[in-house]
Design a protein around this ligand. Structure first.
Ligand code: FES
Length: 128
């Protein structure tokens, strides 16, 4: 009896941990990281040595952190007017485009860094 009860608690803890630590998979690198819920998407990348341009330092004043959210887009909430304005300056904007510095990670995401943002990243072929 005691063992079964302990197993249940362990399972609940695992479930809560995964909700509090969503996973983010970055493509085309195919690298997955786990970050505390509420982490800014740009920080989730940079803190894990994943290169995303961020020329304005994450202040929604450029469009160099433009990414495509391939899974979990709806969890990110509405774009601000400033983000919409900055995305107008980006290349290859799609229906799932966001600025990584303006998104909080609250659920698992799959994020693609568009090729148009590779120019300044000094990526090796092995990185892709
Ligand atoms: S880093 Fe400039 S808009 Fe995100």
């Amino acid at each position: 009896m005691t063992f079964i009860g302990a197993a249940k608690i362990e399972n609940q803890t695992t479930t809560n941990d995964s909700k509090e630590m969503p996973k983010v998979r970055f493509l085309p690198l195919d690298v997955e990281v786990q970050v505390p819920k509420g982490t800014i998407l740009l920080d989730a990348a940079l803190d894990n040595n994943i290169k995303i341009n961020h020329n304005c330092g994450g202040n929604c004043a450029c469009s160099t952190c433009h990414v495509h959210i391939e899974q979990g887009y709806d969890s990110l909430g509405e774009k601000s007017e400033d983000e919409e304005d900055m995305l107008d300056e980006a290349e290859n904007v799609t229906d799932v485009s966001r600025l990584a510095c303006q998104c909080k990670v609250v659920e698992d995401l799959i994020v693609r860094i568009p090729e148009s943002e590779f120019d300044d990243l000094d990526l090796d072929d092995d990185d892709l």
